[in-house]
Design a protein around this ligand. Structure first.
Ligand SMILES: *[C@@H]1O[C@H](CO)[C@@H](O)[C@H](O)[C@H]1NC(C)=O
Ligand SMILES: *[C@@H]1O[C@H](CO)[C@@H](O)[C@H](O)[C@H]1NC(C)=O
Ligand SMILES: *[C@@H]1O[C@H](CO)[C@@H](O)[C@H](O)[C@H]1NC(C)=O
Ligand SMILES: *[C@@H]1O[C@H](CO)[C@@H](O)[C@H](O)[C@H]1NC(C)=O
Ligand SMILES: *[C@@H]1O[C@H](CO)[C@@H](O)[C@H](O)[C@H]1NC(C)=O
Ligand SMILES: *[C@@H]1O[C@H](CO)[C@@H](O)[C@H](O)[C@H]1NC(C)=O
Ligand SMILES: *[C@@H]1O[C@H](CO)[C@@H](O)[C@H](O)[C@H]1NC(C)=O
Ligand SMILES: *[C@@H]1O[C@H](CO)[C@@H](O)[C@H](O)[C@H]1NC(C)=O
Ligand SMILES: *[C@@H]1O[C@H](CO)[C@@H](O)[C@H](O)[C@H]1NC(C)=O
Ligand SMILES: *[C@@H]1O[C@H](CO)[C@@H](O)[C@H](O)[C@H]1NC(C)=O
Ligand SMILES: *[C@@H]1O[C@H](CO)[C@@H](O)[C@H](O)[C@H]1NC(C)=O
Ligand SMILES: *[C@@H]1O[C@H](CO)[C@@H](O)[C@H](O)[C@H]1NC(C)=O
Length: 780
């Protein structure tokens, strides 16, 4: 199939004989995405049955005008990013939607949570669930019915992707596990989680149509779609996701919000999705086509469905759209509201959350006192220690510390600014980042946020902190406790170093934002600071706040660079968490949720551009198939600088006694029926594994035990468990392997299949440190 697909792509290019810019008609691409009609009605099965019945009862009382009305967005003077229409006659309030996956955005009295990539680096399901429950509680207290997160697309195909940091990991299993926990946590708090962006929104470059140039088309074969990009969406739907946001890009040259194969086929039929599909802001490109393809709600308003959804009503009345489709749109939306219990005592939409924070408004504190430990643990666990020569860390009451780099201190402002600034990115900190990061800014600042510590990426996924504990703030406090003398210089690229410094800390960052892909994976200005400090300081420790992959080869082998921490995007407790790790109050426990290469050129995908005959229809052919990140490095036998799953701590662990056994039905095909997430049988436990992990060092620490399986000859993460182990302690770690974890997508049969045979299972502490293996024999 993979070969057929390539033939298809290239024959279209070569055999048609078209010249540069010659393809001017969208019709050239018709048929590339197979038609799947009609749009399936909400199934209303399982845990959704009661909400479905209540929704049918309410929607049946709505006129066609009322049903059409609730499918479109209305302008609002609240801070809600969108507001659906309402049905006042029936006391149905209309729903507030707000960004995003890392906390309530653009308001006051909320927490700034660690970002998706930081959560990914924690590899901690339980903590991920607690974070989501807290975030959900904050959305609810502000009267937000629909939280616009979590992100599982982009998955991270392109290392420079501007939004990769919003998601958890470019491994679909890790991403899917944490997405499932996040959906469950947000929805446990009574708020609708919106999994986004569906699907294959893998680059920011040309994500939107621009003049007569369409948005980028992600061209993906069916096997790759199932085994990689759709995988985490299936976990999220299985966890009960009530909303899915369709994306800006095209998919096989058909816009994602009108792609019937994706929405009607993959999502609503194969995954049995019960909730509603909402457009990304402005992502709707057609009227009836999008309705028929399975789009249910349009944001922030719809020129195509018209004021009050009047064009939907007209289309039903003139016979060009079945009324049942509009009824289903309304039912899916109203059922999601019932499913979350929002019919009972939900706060008024957007309460205490004005669009303009400079106007007088009610103070609504959305924070739960219990959030404090979760914020701190969340910040702690996403830090990944990758180098620690001669146990330079943890510190023990150093006499003299020198602190360098633009990323050490708090940003100079965190102001409320009027709405509409910079396309609606309203908080001062964010807009400052966007200004300074702009690709039009000259020289050194292009890839960095140069005006203060970086704790969230930019754009709609940016979190809004209640305060910022910057590294320098926390180091000052610790210096007071320990009688340490500090020196610092956050301005110079070649600072003076006091030669009696016990250590020099260098803080740099790697910026990313929605709307633009990154200009590279390292920058000379930041690397220069590290090198300049290292030449004068034999104990140079680098802390890197990175929104995605950041290369370190420019200095990693420098003998004076003794420790390095990928600090990711920790949210508002950044400095407090870092200092606990630097001083050994806590042992590091994060692992890289992506591969760090030695060089940019080691990665196999860059953002694609409009070019050649496709200059009006930019194409991105996912011809590498499932081989992104570590799968690609393994296939090509490339040595990364730091492999996927890698991370050090202050102790050592030993693995032993791996057992694997079949415990369930191992028939070739999974059994039905379709439940939320796919065929029920896919979620059955078919095998179990266990392993003993021992802490053989001298401090207590947590280990992330990782299990990989060769499925279809590709080594893939299929289990992980984070366990805290005291000194000398031995813990038995158990892994459940679901049928889907061992299955592969059979294009011919359009089904997941579990071929009989011997499956190699490998367990250890990273994707390349897998000291013990076992065979799992599957018989059909
Ligand atoms: C995209 O095209 C490929 C190749 O024809 C096909 O296998 C796949 O199912 C299509 N996917 C969508 C969503 O159109
Ligand atoms: C449609 O929704 C708007 C916004 O909530 C509301 O003002 C209007 O009354 C609704 N129309 C109908 C027909 O219910
Ligand atoms: C998750 O963490 C909470 C708080 O630390 C704890 O009470 C709970 O038992 C944990 N759950 C699991 C499954 O580890
Ligand atoms: C596309 O738009 C540009 C700029 O508006 C224009 O110069 C060009 O002729 C257009 N090309 C086509 C094929 O429409
Ligand atoms: C939809 O309705 C609006 C008025 O509400 C109208 O301006 C627009 O042209 C219509 N669009 C389509 C595609 O019918
Ligand atoms: C039916 O109404 C829709 C929406 O106003 C319009 O786009 C479409 O052209 C109409 N079709 C016919 C056959 O009148
Ligand atoms: C680490 O310590 C050993 C023993 O003290 C010493 O020989 C070695 O040079 C040190 N390595 C570095 C990189 O400082
Ligand atoms: C941010 O940093 C840049 C580059 O150092 C500087 O030009 C700019 O004035 C700074 N902006 C603020 C708000 O401090
Ligand atoms: C730093 O290193 C440079 C080059 O080795 C040297 O010229 C300079 O004097 C050193 N001094 C200080 C204070 O850092
Ligand atoms: C390491 O630091 C020491 C002390 O400042 C310095 O003398 C030495 O030249 C540095 N090494 C390198 C390779 O720069
Ligand atoms: C990365 O590769 C490019 C050429 O592909 C080379 O110019 C550059 O020096 C390499 N960088 C590193 C750090 O190896
Ligand atoms: C682990 O394996 C070793 C060596 O095979 C064996 O001696 C030991 O009893 C096993 N431990 C457990 C808890 O099964």
């Amino acid at each position: 199939m993979y070969c057929l697909w390539q033939t298809f792509i290239f024959s279209a290019v070569i055999l048609s004989g078209v010249k540069a810019g010659e393809i001017t008609e969208d019709s050239y691409f018709y048929g590339e995405s197979p038609p799947v009609y009609p749009s399936p009605q909400m199934p209303g099965t399982g845990t959704w049955a009661a909400a479905n019945a209540k929704a049918i009862a309410l929607v049946s009382q709505m006129t066609l005008e009322e049903r059409s009305n609730i499918t479109v967005g209305y302008s609002t003077d609240t801070g809600c990013g969108g507001f659906t229409g309402s049905a006042p006659r029936l006391n149905w309030p209309g729903l507030c939607l707000s960004d995003a996956g890392n906390g309530v955005r653009n308001t006051d009295l909320v927490n700034g949570w660690p970002s998706g990539v930081h959560v990914g680096a924690s590899w901690n399901r339980n903590l991920t669930h607690q974070r989501a429950l807290q975030m959900g509680g904050e959305f609810k207290k502000k009267g937000v019915n629909i939280a616009l997160g979590p992100v599982v697309g982009p998955l991270g195909r392109v290392a420079e992707g501007g939004r990769n940091w919003e998601g958890f990991s470019n491994d679909p299993y890790l991403c899917g596990q944490l997405a499932g926990e996040t959906v469950a946590g947000i929805e446990d708090a009574g708020v609708i989680a919106t999994v986004k962006h569906f699907i294959a929104n893998e680059q920011e470059t040309n994500r939107l149509p621009d003049g007569n140039v369409t948005s980028i088309s992600s061209n993906i074969d069916d096997k790759t779609m199932h085994e990689l990009y759709l995988w985490p969406f299936a976990d999220a739907v299985h966890a009960g996701a009530a909303a899915v946001m369709c994306s800006y890009n095209r998919l096989n040259n058909s816009y994602s919000c009108q792609n019937s194969k994706a929405l009607n086929g993959l999502l609503k039929t194969e995954l049995g999705f019960e909730g509603f599909v909402v457009s990304d802001w402005g992502a709707q490109q057609t009227g009836l086509s999008s309705a028929e393809a399975g789009l249910d709600v349009v944001m922030p308003s719809s020129v195509f469905w018209g004021v009050s959804g009047g064009n939907l009503t007209a289309a039903v009345n003139n016979g060009s759209l079945p009324e049942s489709r509009v009824t289903d749109m309304a039912t899916r939306l109203v059922a999601s509201w019932y499913q979350m219990g929002q019919d009972q005592g939900f706060p008024a939409g957007g309460i205490g959350m004005p669009a303009d924070l400079t106007v007088p408004h009610e103070a609504v504190d959305a924070r739960d006192p219990a959030s404090k430990t979760i914020l701190l643990n969340g910040a702690l666990e996403g830090h990944v220690l990758v180098k620690n020569t001669n146990k330079t860390l943890p510190f023990n009451k150093p006499k003299v510390l020198s602190i360098f780099g633009y990323d050490a201190q708090a940003p100079p402002d965190l102001n409320p600014t009027p709405p509409g600034v910079l396309g609606g990115f309203a908080l001062g900190y964010e807009s400052q980042l966007l200004e300074t990061w702009s690709p039009f800014a000259s020289g050194i600042v292009t890839q960095t946020a140069p005006n203060g510590t970086f704790f969230t990426g930019g754009g709609s996924g940016a979190c809004t902190p209640a305060y910022i504990s910057a590294p320098f703030d926390a180091l000052q406090e610790q210096a007071y406790q320990d009688d340490t003398t500090l020196f610092w210089d956050f301005i110079s690229g070649d600072p003076l170093v006091n030669p009696i410094s016990d250590a020099c800390l260098v803080f740099i960052n790697a910026f990313a934002s929605e709307g633009e892909d990154r200009g590279g994976l390292h920058d000379d200005f930041s690397d220069g600071i590290v090198l300049n400090v290292a030449k004068n300081c034999s104990n140079t420790i680098v802390v890197l706040h990175n929104a995605g992959v950041r290369l370190v080869d420019q200095w990693i082998e420098h003998p004076n660079v003794t420790a390095v921490i990928f600090a990711h995007l920790p949210g508002q407790d950044s400095g407090r968490a870092l200092v606990q790790l630097l001083y050994g109050v806590q042992s590091p426990s994060g692992k890289l949720p992506y591969t760090v290469a030695k060089n940019e050129s080691d990665y196999n995908a860059d953002p694609d551009l409009p070019e050649g005959e496709f200059s009006l229809f930019p194409q991105s052919n996912f011809s590498e198939g499932v081989f992104i990140d570590y799968r690609y490095f393994d296939k090509k036998n490339l040595t990364p600088r730091y492999e996927f799953g890698f991370g050090l701590t202050y102790t050592t662990f030993q693995y032993s006694n791996l057992t694997v056994e079949v415990v369930g039905n191992t028939s070739y095909y999974p059994a039905g029926p379709v439940i939320s997430g796919g065929l029920a049988g896919l979620w059955d436990v078919v095998a179990k594994a266990s392993v003993i992990v021992e802490n053989t060092g001298s401090v207590e620490a947590a280990e992330v035990a990782q299990l990989y399986v060769y499925v279809d000859s590709v080594k893939q993460l299929r289990g992980f468990s984070k366990v805290n182990i005291p000194v000398g302690g031995r813990v038995t770690v158990e892994f459940d392997l679901l049928r889907r974890d061992l299955s592969q997508w059979d294009v011919e049969n359009q089904s997941w299949v579990l071929p009989a045979g011997s499956y190699e299972v490998l367990v250890g502490s990273s994707s390349r440190d897998l000291p013990i293996q076992a065979e799992l024999v599957i018989e059909n």
